[in-house]
Ligand binder design. Structure first.
Ligand code: 2HA
Ligand code: ZN
Length: 274
C-alpha cells in the first residue's frame, strides 16, 4: 500500500503552506486550508476507512458534505512547519453520516485536531458545491496589504471591488464577479462560518475585515491565484494611496470585460457615456 504522506495532496499542501508562510501571510498559527478529496483518490493509500480516532464537530455538518474526505490543516499548527512534519500538522478526516463527528484516517499524529475555522471551512465547502460542483479547496490566510486595505476602505463590496479593479488591470480579469466583504467579526465561530459561506455563493474570494481573506477554487493553484491577485492589487492600492495620478479608466475595465467576455459585477463601473 502506498503511504499517504507521499501523496501528491500532502505534497501540494506542504508546498503551498511554505510558500504562503514565505509571503509573510501566515504568522505563527495563522491561516488554514482544507482540500476535498474523493474516494478514488484516497483508496490507493487506505484499503478501508479505518479511524485512528473520532473527533467531534461543534456544529452539524451540512448534508452535501457528509461522508466526504477532507485533508485539512491542524489547530494551533504553524504553516512553516507543515513541510517538515506533515503528519503532525495535517489530518485526513471523513465526515460521518449524521454530520456530528469526523473520523481521523491519517495525521494529527501528536493528538491534534483540525483548524478552529473548520466550521467555516465545512460550511464554505457546502455552499461552494451548491453553486460549483468542481470546487475542492477553501483557503484562509492573513495577507498584509489586504488587511491594510480592509482597514482603509469601507466594508462595502462595490466600493472595495472598484478600488481593486481601478488599481490593477489584472483584477477585473481574475475576479470579474467582484470581492465579498465581511465586517470585523469574532473568528472561529459558527456565525462567521455561516456569513462566509453565504458570501461564497456569489464570490470566490471574501475578505474578513481586520483579519484576512478566504479564497476558493477547484484546486490549490486557483484558490491561491485568486488570493495572490487580490493581495498584489491591495499592495498597489496601499502603496499608491494619496499619490495616484493615473487611475485605470472605466473604459479600460469595460474593454477588458469585453475582450475576455466577462460578466462583471454590476454597479461598480459606470456605463459608458455616449
Ligand atoms: O488558524 O487564522 O482565523 C488561525 C486563524 C484563525
Ligand atoms: Zn485567520
Amino acid at each position: 500500500m502506498k503511504k499517504f504522506v507521499d501523496s501528491l495532496f500532502v505534497k501540494q499542501l506542504s508546498e503551498i503552506s511554505s510558500n504562503m508562510y514565505r509571503q509573510g501571510w501566515d504568522e505563527r498559527n495563522g491561516g488554514n486550508i482544507s482540500y476535498l478529496l474523493n474516494e478514488e483518490e484516497i483508496r490507493p493509500y487506505f484499503k478501508e476507512d479505518k479511524a485512528i480516532r473520532e473527533i467531534n464537530l461543534t456544529f452539524e455538518a451540512p448534508e452535501n458534505i457528509r461522508e466526504k474526505y477532507f485533508l485539512v490543516t491542524g489547530t494551533g499548527k504553524y504553516f512553516k512547519n507543515i513541510k517538515d512534519d506533515p503528519e503532525s500538522n495535517l489530518g485526513l478526516v471523513k465526515i460521518c453520516k449524521c454530520g456530528c463527528s469526523a473520523k481521523l484516517l491519517w495525521g494529527f499524529k501528536d493528538g491534534g485536531k483540525f483548524t478552529s475555522e473548520f466550521p467555516a471551512h465545512l460550511m464554505s465547502h457546502s455552499a461552494r458545491l451548491s453553486v460549483d460542483p468542481e470546487n475542492r479547496v477553501i483557503m484562509h490566510t492573513h495577507p498584509t496589504y489586504t488587511l491594510c486595505m480592509t482597514a482603509c476602505v469601507k466594508t462595502d463590496e462595490k466600493e472595495f471591488t472598484r478600488k481593486l479593479w481601478k488599481s490593477n488591470t489584472e483584477a477585473v480579469v481574475v475576479f470579474p464577479e467582484g470581492i465579498g466583504v465581511l465586517p470585523c467579526m469574532i473568528c472561529g465561530t459558527e456565525e462567521i462560518g455561516r456569513a462566509t459561506a453565504e458570501k461564497l455563493k456569489n464570490f470566490r474570494v471574501v475578505t474578513w475585515t481586520n483579519h484576512g481573506i478566504y479564497g476558493v477554487g477547484k484546486n490549490i493553484d486557483e484558490a491561491f491565484g485568486l488570493i495572490e491577485t487580490v493581495e498584489k492589487t491591495a499592495q498597489v492600492y496601499m502603496l499608491t494611496l494619496g499619490h495616484v495620478v493615473n487611475e485605470i479608466p472605466d473604459e479600460v475595465i469595460l474593454g477588458l470585460a469585453k475582450l475576455w467576455n466577462l460578466k462583471i459585477m454590476s454597479g461598480v463601473i459606470d456605463k459608458p457615456k455616449n
